[in-house]
Write a protein that binds this ligand. Sequence first.
Ligand code: SAM
Length: 274
Amino acid sequence: MSTPNHEVKSGSDAVPPASSVEDSSTVASRPLIRFDVLTLFPNLFEGFLSESILKRALERNLIAVHRHDLRTWASNKHHQVDDRPFGGGPGMVLMAPPVVEAVEAVQALTAPPGLVLAMTPSGRRLDQEWVRRLATQPRLILLCGRYEGFDERIIELLQPELVSIGDYVLSGGEVPAMVVIDAVSRLIPGVLGDDQSAVEDSFGPEGLLDHPHYTRPRLYRGLSVPEVLTSGNHAEIARWRREQALQRTRQRFREAVLPTIPNAPYGSAPPATE
Ligand code: SAM
């Protein structure tokens, strides 16, 4: 494994010192999960990590996100990490040496080495079941592609899990990496205001979609809140919500070609049209 001459940049190291957090009793002694993002554009994560739920999770040291600029491992003075494809064709390909050496160096920064995930449209589509499994890991290394993608030897050598966030093509792996960080962090205990939220969200243990939600005003543009929700009858409310969740789930997946949610109420094939 070769190591770059210069120090590994951990980008933001977005976790502030505990003393800067108001309620120190809520600051964990060490993060429950560490993400290392390898990217050509570490600044893209700036806004994403500095607002709302993830900002608070970072402040409370529940998660840690370290960003690493792949150019750090470029071997020439122009910091070039891509080159033209053998065999011709448009675009540029991320070269194997800087990317493989970057991943190896970042893994060696601390134990454990972490599970490597490469963002690619040809990967398996991310779903909540996979997210749940990822959330049990102490460390995830997220590799963001650009241009035409990775030299195939990067995949052969690193043997990462290949993550697609859907059947469309984005300009880079940064948004998919953000998707992984966001979806996984929500499942880390303490990150959401109420840990029960994640259980009741869509794709929970039963594989159901969420039920409809309403808040004030009771009447808006002629549309009123279903009466049951204002009845105060908790058993009825729970029954109504479950029926709605089942109905939505059946409707949404009726025409799905590849339903992937385990334990979903439609079984292994979409239900017949009602
Ligand atoms: N030539 C590649 C292909 O057709 O599969 C597309 C490369 S894309 C322009 C550049 C990078 O964006 C990829 O290497 C990958 O990291 C990321 N990317 C684009 N779409 C993605 C998706 N749906 N899921 C995950 N990563 C994606």
